[in-house]
Design a protein around this ligand. Structure first.
Ligand code: SF4
Length: 228
């Protein structure tokens, strides 16, 4: 297991809990607005696993949870044993995923280690390759979300509302998804690192919070549990 980044204490990554966030490298998508682009390249740092182990042992009274994010964590072959070691410390565990690997999520669900999942739904299914890179597919992400629903897992679906998604796209996405327990619309922020070819796309002005709230109102006709 390689851990390439660590936020020791976060109040925003696990709803209602204080968490330590661990970033795993590598991703099979290539979203033009990715905020963790350095994790997709080979020059990321490697945090000593013993250090993480000792840190978590020393923070048992101060932290509620550990969030495993990326990159795309389901690409790591030893994800489940890694999560098992964390659960043995009695932390709540959240897994962030782009939803591209329902097979891995099936195994994770069977292992029963994750308390909360967050799955990104990035674009209308037909626009997935354009927004999230050539190998990305919206149907597979929806399959992952259906799996979580069928297994009665606790989870949320998240969409970063990039300016390239218009009202029609967002309503289409809300219709494509089954009704989910929590649908989070996040405001777009320009990433620090991006590909030169994406200069124009990343610099488009984001929606205002007021506009985002209005979009959420419209989306609730299909996804009643939408929040901004
Ligand atoms: S799925 Fe997430 S980590 Fe992967 S490229 Fe997209 S935003 Fe970045």
């Amino acid at each position: 297991m390689t851990v390439a980044g660590m936020v020791k204490s976060s109040f925003v990554d696990y709803p209602g809990l204080v968490s330590c966030v661990l970033f795993l490298p590598g991703c099979n998508f290539n979203c033009f607005y990715c905020h963790n682009r350095l994790l997709m390249e080979s020059e990321y740092q490697r945090i000593d696993l013993d250090y993480i182990d000792e840190f978590l042992n020393s923070r048992k009274d101060m932290l509620d949870a550990v969030v495993i994010t990326g990159g795309e964590p389901t690409m790591q072959p030893d994800l489940i044993p890694f999560m098992l070691k964390i659960k043995e410390k009695r932390f709540k565990l959240k897994l962030d995923t782009n939803g591209s690997s329902p097979e891995v999520i099936t195994k994770v669900l069977r292992a029963g280690l994750v308390d909360y999942f967050a799955v990104d739904y990035k674009a209308p299914s037909a626009r997935y390759p354009e927004i999230a890179g050539g190998k990305a597919g919206g149907e597979t992400v929806i399959n992952t979300i259906r799996l979580l629903l069928e297994s009665r897992a606790d989870f949320e679906v998240r969409t970063t509302v990039i300016p390239q998604l218009d009202t029609h796209d967002l309503l289409q996405m809300a219709r494509e998804l089954p009704i989910v327990p929590r649908y989070v619309l996040n405001r777009y922020r320009k990433p620090d690192n991006y590909l030169p070819c994406d200069e124009e796309r990343v610099n488009v002005t984001p929606y205002s919070q007021k506009r985002l709230d209005a979009l959420a109102d419209a989306i609730r006709q299909y996804q009643p549990n939408t929040v901004t």
